[in-house]
Design a protein around this ligand. Structure first.
Ligand code: ADP
Ligand code: MG
Length: 334
C-alpha cells in the first residue's frame, strides 16, 4: 500500500509571540487507513486538519497528497483542487437549503445520484431529504455533512470532531456506522477528536498531539499501553504513574521530562489481590482505602500507601470500605 498523505515537519504559528499552534509535525497515512489525531483542546488538531485541507498555509514543512506536494514556499494548491473533503466540527450545513440541496451542493456531485442514494441508505437519512437543517437532530446533521463530503468521492476524508455533538449512548452506534461507511466506500479517513475512545475503537493509527507537537504515533493498543509521556498516558483515561523501580517487571516505561525519572503507567484494571498461591515476585502495595466509587460494572477504589495514591478498578462483588486495609499486586497479564 502507498502513502496517501504525508506531512513533513509541518509548522504553523498564528501569533509570533506565542508557541506554534502546529510544531514540526510529521506523519503519514496509508491508503485505506483510518487515522485519528487526538489531543486536548488547543493542542493544534483543527489547525492541522485545516492545513491538510488547504484552508491554512503552513509556515514551514510540506504536505503531500497522493505523491503531489500541496504547498511550496509561497504557493498552495487551493482547497477545491485538493482530492480531499473536510467535514467541519459544526457541520457547516446551509440553513436555507434542504438536506438534498445541501448534499447536491458539494463539488462534482451533480452526476452521481446513484452514489448519493446509496450514501443516504447507508446513513439512514433518506427520509429527511426535504427537511431543512433546523428540522433535524445534531446526529442527523452530522450524517448530512458526511454524505455531502463522501458524495464528492474524495481520496481522503477529513473529519473534525465528528462525534462531539452526539449523546454518549449514540456515540458507540455511530462509531460502528462510520467505520462501516468508510469500509463500504473504501475511504481513507483522518479524524480529529479529543475523545480517546473514538481513537481506540475506530483508528488503525493514532497521532497524539500536545501543544502543537505530535508526541506519539502508533497503533491504538500501543499508545494506550505504552505511552510516550505522562500527558499521553493520562489522555487515555485514569492511570497510575509510578517510578520504574517500584514495578521493575512492567513491560513499558518512559522518561518523564519534568521529574527526569523513568515512569511506568499502570492502568486501574492492572491490579489484583494476591492469590493464595502467592504471586511470584510481583511487587505488592499495601495501604488503606481512602475512597470507593461505584461505577456501574466495577468500583473505583483509591488506596493510600506510604509513598503514593493508587487508583484501582475491582469488580463490584469485591467488598471494600473506606479505612479498610488492602494489598494489591501488579497483574502483568491484565
Ligand atoms: P484544537 O483543535 O486541538 O482545539 P486548534 O488548532 O483549534 O486546537 O488551536 C491550536 C492553537 O491555535 C490554540 O492555542 C488556538 O487558540 C490557536 N488558534 C487556532 N486558530 C486560530 C486563529 N485563527 N487565530 C489565532 N489563533 C488561533
Ligand atoms: Mg478543534
Amino acid at each position: 500500500m502507498n502513502n496517501l498523505l504525508e506531512l513533513s515537519e509541518v509548522t504553523k504559528s498564528y501569533d509570533t509571540g506565542l508557541p506554534p499552534a502546529v510544531d514540526q509535525v510529521s506523519f503519514s497515512c496509508l491508503e485505506g487507513q483510518i487515522l485519528a489525531v487526538i489531543g486536548s483542546s488547543g493542542s493544534g488538531k483543527t489547525t492541522l486538519l485545516r492545513i491538510i485541507a488547504g484552508l491554512e498555509m503552513p509556515d514551514l514543512g510540506r504536505v503531500t497528497l497522493k505523491g503531489e506536494t500541496m504547498n511550496s514556499q509561497n504557493e498552495c494548491v487551493p482547497p477545491e483542487s485538493r482530492d480531499c473533503s473536510l467535514v467541519f466540527q459544526d457541520y457547516a450545513l446551509f440553513p436555507n437549503m434542504t438536506v438534498q440541496q445541501n448534499v447536491a451542493y458539494g463539488k462534482a456531485s451533480k452526476n452521481n445520484s446513484e452514489l448519493i442514494d446509496r450514501l443516504f441508505d447507508l446513513t439512514k437519512i433518506g427520509d429527511l431529504k426535504n427537511r431543512y437543517p433546523h428540522q433535524i437532530s445534531g446526529g442527523e446533521q452530522q450524517r448530512v455533512a458526511l454524505v455531502r463530503a463522501l458524495a464528492t468521492q474524495p481520496s481522503l476524508l477529513l473529519l473534525d470532531e465528528p462525534l462531539s455533538h452526539l449523546d454518549p449512548e449514540l456515540r458507540n452506534n455511530v462509531r460502528c456506522e462510520l467505520l462501516n461507511i468508510f469500509r463500504v466506500t473504501n475511504t481513507t479517513a483522518l479524524f480529529v477528536s479529543h475523545d480517546t475512545e473514538d481513537a481506540l475503537t475506530m483508528a488503525d493509527q493514532v497521532v497524539v498531539m500536545q501543544n502543537g507537537k505530535a508526541v506519539q504515533i502508533g497503533s491504538p493498543i500501543d499508545v494506550y499501553s505504552n505511552p510516550s509521556n505522562s500527558y499521553a498516558a493520562m489522555l487515555f483515561g485514569k492511570t497510575n504513574l509510578l517510578p520504574r523501580e517500584l514495578i521493575p517487571c512492567a513491560p513499558y516505561s518512559f522518561l518523564d521530562e519534568d521529574s527526569g525519572k523513568e515512569l511506568v503507567s499502570i492502568r486501574p484494571h492492572q491490579w489484583m489481590v494476591p492469590t493464595s498461591k502467592g504471586n511470584g515476585n510481583m511487587p505488592s502495595f499495601t495501604g488503606a482505602i481512602r475512597s470507593v466509587n461505584p461505577k456501574g460494572a466495577y468500583q473505583e477504589i483509591v488506596m493510600e500507601t506510604e509513598t503514593t495514591l493508587l487508583t484501582i478498578h475491582f469488580p463490584r462483588v469485591f467488598s471494600a470500605a473506606i479505612g479498610d486495609p488492602l494489598t494489591v499486586v501488579f497483574n502483568k497479564d491484565s
